[in-house]
Ligand binder design. Structure first.
Ligand code: COA
Length: 265
């Protein structure tokens, strides 16, 4: 666990920051002294999360209803952040959308709905925040949430897999392009993580949950707090020499698919 005040005074925008992994990241950054901007398409998720941050850590929090698919809304998010806090030091591109659908049944609109959030939204946010980090001259950190199917392929989620593959490429490209601006760009690829959304959608029955668990060599589901702690390390000065990296946190799940399958157990 990082020492208290590791992110003292840093200004962090977290997209999808009201629930799940995004909320856990916000809580960890607040514990470490950051000032937070929670952005979400669903305004009803924002205020409760902000209140929790204020009540638990006395954090300064701005909430900003934002659809990351709309460049004008992303611009407004970044403008409001700078107006309120003076800078953007950290951007966490956590907002995502996904659903299972065989490729031949996926409509062009379904494809676009997910690619627009995951790939285009990540670029719009990175560009808008990156421009302000560059102008501020103090550097910054961008952290992208991806998935291992970005490189294994994702049967049933072709839209998300292709979009996340684009985000991995964006991570590495921007890491190089913006290194001389002291902006680091990294990613985390979580495996199955215990959130309300994932639990109700992806492993809704005990049978599915137990089948899914067999694919994880470590034998358990991840928890949001461990993703949050690793993310805090990556955006902190302790990770100053790390950029363009994708940290896989999946209990060995994607490696376990090799050769003998089922987590090799
Ligand atoms: N199966 C097949 N097609 C689907 C679908 C599903 N489960 N869900 C949406 N689509 C299609 C729609 O049919 C529509 O295409 P059409 O016009 O050809 O019929 C298209 O996607 C857009 O649908 P819409 O409901 O207008 O999309 P949206 O932009 O409001 O929301 C998501 C799309 C992906 C964001 C939505 O599913 C969502 O909010 N998911 C919850 C968040 C989430 O997925 N979190 C998990 C992150 S890993």
């Amino acid at each position: 666990m990082l020492p208290d005040r590791t992110l003292d005074g840093r200004v962090a925008i977290i997209t999808g920051g009201g629930t799940g992994i995004g909320r856990a990241i916000a809580l960890e950054y607040a514990r470490l002294g950051a000032r937070l901007v929670l952005a979400s398409r669903s305004p009803e998720h924002l205020e409760p999360a902000a209140e929790e941050l204020r009540a638990t850590f006395g954090a300064e929090v701005l909430t900003a209803p934002t659809d990351v698919r709309v460049p004008e809304q992303v611009e407004r998010l970044c403008e409001e952040t700078v107006r309120r806090f003076g800078s953007i030091d950290i951007l966490v591109n956590n907002a995502a959308g996904n659903f299972f659908c065989p490729a031949e049944k996926l409509s062009p609109n379904g494809w676009q709905a997910v690619v627009n959030i995951v790939l285009n939204g990540t670029f719009y946010c990175s560009r808008a925040a990156g421009l302000r980090m560059i102008a501020g001259g103090r550097g910054g950190n961008i952290l992208n949430l991806v998935a291992t199917y970005a490189w294994t392929g994702g049967p049933g989620t072709i839209h998300s897999a292709c979009a996340k593959a684009g985000v991995v490429c964006m991570t590495r490209t921007l890491a190089v392009e913006w290194a001389h601006h002291k902006i680091r760009v990294n990613a985390i690829a979580p495996g199955p993580v215990e959130t309300e959304g994932a639990g109700s959608k992806l492993w809704a029955t005990p049978e599915v949950r137990s089948a899914m668990l067999k694919t994880v060599p470590r034998g358990r589901i991840g928890i949001p707090e461990e993703i949050a702690q690793a993310s805090a390390y990556l955006v902190s000065d302790f990770a100053d020499f790390i950029t363009g990296e994708v940290l896989v946190m999946d209990g060995g799940q994607w490696l376990g698919k090799g050769m003998f399958g089922e987590g090799n157990r």
